[in-house]
Design a protein around this ligand. Structure first.
Ligand code: FAD
Length: 445
């Protein structure tokens, strides 16, 4: 697959080799260090939402699917306005011990802060309609961090890696994403793999192609991660202790998945789609860059928060310097038809975010939801029109005069956006590792 992974990417003026160098040398070390900071480590998510499309067929039974959640108190800065970025947390309250207490939620006291929530059924119906309307206006994802069942997860304790999730449940997710939500004419639902052929793409308009390529790039990234952090062996740790896994790259697994002769020649395109979605998310970061530079990144630890802001400014500076950004201005031009297409585009993506609630492995669901929300946030930045002002776009060379109130991103959106981009960056870096492993493999007689 590496032989075909060179040159132009298509649908943009960039090529694979430029991105390889730029990512591996400049972005990768910076973004990995950035997402290890407290602000980006804790992600609030509802993993208990019902699948809205079919009866859940696979309660997670695999031990490597398990997620460790965090009590609210263990999230740095939570008590003093974490959610609203308002107050400062006294430095003494900020302890590393508190952070490692990440297992169960113990803060529930039903009597404290009692509010009378009685609303007539009719008003509830109206309010639900308003909310659905407002959300639909701009969001590309179903946000669930305000749900009562949403919990904090420390991403560093739950790394994305091989879990053993596969078979009909995983295939149903990918199939419904590609066949029903990627603007593809619906055909035989039992149709064999691959779900989409690149020959289909040449008949699609740019917008629909971009949609498919972004989703396929995310799929590649997920599968590269499970190959690069594969379960290599299991050791018994002692009587009654759970066995410990040893995780690392599995070249054979990577080759099996991305061998062109096994995928009707499609796998090099899937890898190119990874570079494509990387460019798309990087452009969103650049476009919202002036806004992101002004965020507080509040956790309550002034030293760490300043370091985070500095790291953000540094990384965005590198991103601005990239010469071949994805150009979203060529999309959705053409009056009412284009607007209709944009609404469809957003609806399809929201549907994909709902499908993530049907993933039958909690760890896969966590990272699937995070990466979908990150991509959805990038699409919102690129296509909602709210970040289109020249004063906010570094490409236009002017600094903003003031904060526009309506363009604010939620904390979870920012956390998801940077972590999703970090996943893509890591995948591109892992490709380099697999390329090196392959060439040393060939050289060894
Ligand atoms: P799949 O990856 O299931 O793909 C199904 C078919 O889609 C393939 O046969 C091929 O025709 C086509 N296809 C494959 N790649 C692409 C692409 N990039 N673009 C377009 N078409 C493609 N497993 C883990 O071990 N760890 C995880 O963290 C994890 N996270 C997941 C998250 C989500 C949201 C989902 C749905 C699955 C996740 N999985 C995870 C499972 C994993 O993605 C695979 O589904 C599983 O390993 C089975 O792989 P497969 O070879 O059958 O092909």
């Amino acid at each position: 697959c590496f032989e075909a992974l060179h040159g132009a990417l298509g649908d943009c003026s960039c090529n694979v080799d430029t991105i390889d160098y730029f990512n591996n040398v400049k972005i990768f070390p910076r973004i990995q260090s950035l997402v290890s900071k407290d602000y980006f480590r804790f992600y609030k998510v509802n993993l208990k939402k019902e699948c809205p499309f079919w009866v859940d067929d696979s309660r997670c039974a695999m031990k490597y699917c398990h997620i460790k959640t965090c009590s609210k108190e263990s999230v740095p800065g939570y008590e003093n306005g974490y959610e609203n970025h308002i107050d400062e947390l006294p430095a003494s309250k900020y302890t590393k011990e508190a952070q490692s207490n990440c297992n169960s939620d113990t803060d529930h006291d039903p009597d404290l802060g009692y509010l009378n929530m009685t609303i007539s059924a009719a008003s509830q119906y109206e309010i639900a309609k308003w909310k659905a309307h407002d959300d639909a206006l701009e969001n590309f994802c179903e946000c669930d961090d305000r749900d009562a069942e949403a919990e904090y997860v420390d991403l560093s304790l739950n790394p994305e890696r091989y879990t053993g999730y596969k078979g009909p449940s995983a295939h149903r997710i990918w199939r419904s994403i590609y066949q029903e939500n990627c603007f593809r004419p619906k055909i035989n639902p039992y149709e064999s793999f691959p779900y989409v052929l690149s020959s289909d793409l040449s008949n699609m308009c740019l917008e629909k192609r971009v949609f498919y390529r972004a989703v396929s790039g995310m799929h590649s990234s997920i599968n590269i991660h499970l190959c690069s952090k594969y379960l290599l062996s299991e050791k018994t740790a002692g009587f009654a202790a759970p066995p410990e896994g040893e995780w690392g790259p599995n070249l054979e697994e990577f080759q099996r998945r991305f061998d062109p002769s096994q995928t009707l020649g499609e796998s090099p395109n899937w890898l190119k789609n990874l570079y494509f979605v990387y460019l798309l998310e990087m452009r969103a970061l650049a476009k919202a860059g002036r806004y992101l530079e002004r965020e507080e990144y509040y956790t309550g630890n002034p030293t760490e928060d300043e370091e985070t802001r500095e790291a953000i400014r540094n990384m965005l500076g590198i991103i601005y310097s990239f010469p071949d950004h994805f150009n979203e201005s060529s999309m959705f031009n053409g009056g009412s038809q284009a607007n209709k297409l944009k609404v469809e585009f957003r609806e399809h993506f929201r549907n994909i975010s709902r499908i993530m609630d049907c993933v039958g492995c909690d760890k896969c669901k966590l990272w699937g939801k995070l990466q979908t929300q990150g991509l959805g946030t990038a699409l919102k930045i690129l296509f909602s029109g709210k970040w289109d002002g020249p004063e906010d776009d570094p490409d236009q060379g002017r600094l903003p005069l003031r904060h526009k109130a309506h363009e604010r991103l939620q904390r979870t959106e920012i956390v998801a956006l940077f972590n999703a981009f970090a996943r893509l960056s890591n995948s591109i870096r892992e490709l380099e590792n697999f390329r090196n492993m392959l060439s040393s493999h060939k050289e060894t007689p």
